[in-house]
Design a protein around this ligand. Sequence first.
Ligand SMILES: [Zn+2]
Length: 351
Amino acid sequence: MHLASLSALFTTVLLIFLSLSEAALPGTWPTLDQAPPMKPEWAKLVDLKKLPKAPVQTAQAADCSKAVEFCIWSCNTCIRNASDVVACPNNKEWGISYDDGPSPYTPALLDFLKSTNTKVTFAVIGSRVVERPEILQRIKDEGHEIVIHTWSHPSLTTVSTQQIIAELKWTELAIQTAVGLTPKFMRPPLGDIDDRVRSIITQLGYKILLWDRDTFDWKSGSDPSYQPSWITGNFTQWVTDSKGHISLEHDLYPVGAANAPAAVNIVRNAGYTIKPVSVCTGLQPYVENVQLVASGPAPPNATDGTDGTANATSTNNTSSYNSSSNSPSSHYLSSHALLIVLIISMAIFNL
Ligand SMILES: [Zn+2]
């Protein structure tokens, strides 16, 4: 073979390998977990003259002296019905939601949800979507709802209007790029909203997704006194009132993710139907014409998840996940197969 042909072969194989060895979302993206820059074309989406004059808070601990005037949820759980969704409106319906992923713990949780035919809602961080787009693809493909969280997870009452716009639009762009969907719901980090933040979010076209049942599972990462059993203990109490609810958990932390199966089973066994939030509220999940459905009955061979550990996930679905073309493992295998081809090519042609 001519040397130029060998060189072309070498370059082609190398380029294919490099393009597949990096799982991150293609494109140029802002820095992980840092406030993203504003794009000029986004500024016109929000009419600053319409914004209520709620003062930008100076610290995460909110100044609640104007909590009533500006309806600061983090002060007094004040809501505005026109924009805020707090609970599923119908009795015996439950919106289970997981925040802050996609994380390394999300695939095991997805395995469990798939094995039990359970449909939930994921509020995702834009920069983690860029890191793990293949997990977001699984979330979409398996019928769960995707909600915008933010790019860098700030308390929104403490940041500028420009930053709020950039946080939401970059996250929306990452989700669109990864899975081709434009969420209609967003969830504010820590539930930290006031009327200024509400107006920005509403003008951008989103509904605000809050919650009425909080596991505080995020404390497991920083508070040594937090007991994982509190998660399931809480759910056991919450299901007794038969009302509609939306609960908050996180798939970013191992304790929360590991206890998720047991919590799902408690809700199901109490006779609740678990639904994505757009399904239980009857609202559109996405700008695109996509309809989601409620959870179906769990198959008879589904895992019960009652031991509350990550190992409660179904082995059946773990194998089907590994065979998926979108899975990180198959990606990893294709990358390494190409590396082997590259090495063999170099050896054969003495490159
Ligand atoms: Zn969060």
